[in-house]
Design a protein around this ligand. Structure first.
Ligand code: PLP
Length: 392
């Protein structure tokens, strides 16, 4: 096997910054370097950059620009949503409903609150990784102040019934946060139709820069800051604004929205082609929902192989993939997402995530499928337990 040009199939981990985005950012490092809080021209130029980015992000969410608070990434947006509601509403109740398959930015924030005496309900999911809205309804009590359920899962790509859950939370008068870090600017996330009060997003997942994100906060929602300092972002997120990063994220959001329809169709076709090719190999299975999944997400398990060994070999042959969320790569513990979905061995440890992007071609996915088949076959030949299983 020769080493071909590297192929990047790990867009759920991060994405390359688009050249148009870099071009939009550059003047804010040099010409317009001013602090956006300053009143002279340089400060005004930075302020205008922030205002434009806020409008660009708001346009994709279908909300008012004032409802967008910039943060230093998706993790910070999740923390601000959950801890901010908890601080603001602890007098009303001390119960939060979430799901067992959330990103750790949500799950560990909720678990930190449980150490402070909060009651946290982690809802189960079905075999495809979906939360049942009826379970949400049942979990809500008089003490519940927040429901936080992710929009789409970062490992298996399953998209949740957010609008249905939104109808439940509205009816029950409980705030609803969704972590839309994986879906925002990839698929439509109109906040009114989804019925969410808070939504997190992150620039580096849609060809913007790293270290910048945003939290949508519906007008009228009571949220306390969790960091203290200046008056930036209406006091909700103090610290001198990362103007260049925010400008870049705004531009990336606008560009992604303009090509969303064509990219969704193109990537869905590539995704389904890749899934069909990977599943053509015996003893393989798809993780996540067959259709209600992000257009760019493929997550498959092969019996008789270790996902991490497979992932390393894919990388050695120039194909960037992952076994799940980047934060847990290399960790010996099995994925909490697959475990919650009821995935058992031999599928649990044999999974690989391949996530496509706007530059991914048919030739890329065909090459990945070819290599996958070769590596899985080689690993299985080297595995006495797999050979035994096939001959018994
Ligand atoms: N939430 C989800 C679903 C994610 O996939 C990620 C990143 O992988 C995050 C939150 C954290 O975002 P960030 O890396 O911007 O902190």
């Amino acid at each position: 096997m020769g080493v071909p040009t590297p192929i990047y199939l790990d867009h759920a981990a991060t994405t390359p910054v688009r050249p148009e985005v870099v071009a939009a950012m550059l003047p804010y490092f040099t010409t317009y370097f001013g602090n956006a809080s300053c009143t002279y021209e340089l400060g005004k130029a930075s302020r205008e950059g922030l205002d434009r980015a806020r409008e660009q992000v708001a346009a994709v969410l279908g909300c008012r620009p004032r409802e967008v608070t910039f943060t230093a990434g998706g993790t910070e947006a999740d923390n601000l949503a959950i801890l901010g509601v908890a601080r603001a509403l602890s007098g009303r109740g001390r119960h939060i409903v979430t799901s067992a398959i959330e990103h750790h930015a949500v799950l560990y924030t909720c678990r930190a609150l449980s150490e402070d005496g909060w009651r946290i309900t982690e809802l189960p999911v079905d075999a495809h990784g979906r939360v049942n809205p009826a379970d949400v309804e049942e979990a809500i009590t008089d003490d519940t102040v927040l429901v936080t359920i992710m929009h789409a899962n970062n490992e298996v790509g399953t998209v949740q019934p957010i609008a249905e859950i939104g109808r439940v939370t509205r009816r029950r008068g409980v705030l609803f946060h969704t972590d839309a870090v994986q879906g925002f600017a990839h698929v439509p996330t109109p906040v009114d139709e989804l019925g969410v009060d808070l939504l997190s997003l992150s620039g580096h997942k849609f060809h913007g820069p790293k270290g910048v994100g945003a939290l949508y906060v519906r007008k009228g929602v009571r949220l306390s800051p969790i960091q203290f300092g200046g008056k930036q972002e209406r006091g909700l997120r103090p610290s001198t604004e990362n103007v260049a990063g925010i400008v870049g994220m705004g531009m990336a959001a606008e560009l992604a929205a303009a090509e969303m329809d064509t990219e969704v169709a193109r990537q869905t076709a590539l995704r389904d082609h890749l899934i069909a090719r990977l599943l053509a190999l015996p003893d393989t299975r798809l993780n996540g929902h067959p259709t209600l999944r992000l257009p760019n997400n493929v997550n498959v398990s092969a019996a008789g192989v270790e996902g991490e060994a497979l992932n390393l070999r894919m990388g050695m042959h120039g194909i960037g993939t992952s076994t799940g969320s980047a934060c847990t790569t290399g960790s010996p513990t099995p994925s909490h997402v697959l475990t919650a979905m009821g995935v058992r061995e031999p599928w649990l440890s044999g999974n690989l995530r391949l996530t496509l992007g706007r530059q991914t071609t048919l030739a890329d996915v065909d090459r990945a499928a070819e290599l996958y088949a070769q590596i899985v076959t080689a690993l299985r030949q080297a595995s006495p337990t797999y050979r035994e299983r096939c001959t018994s």
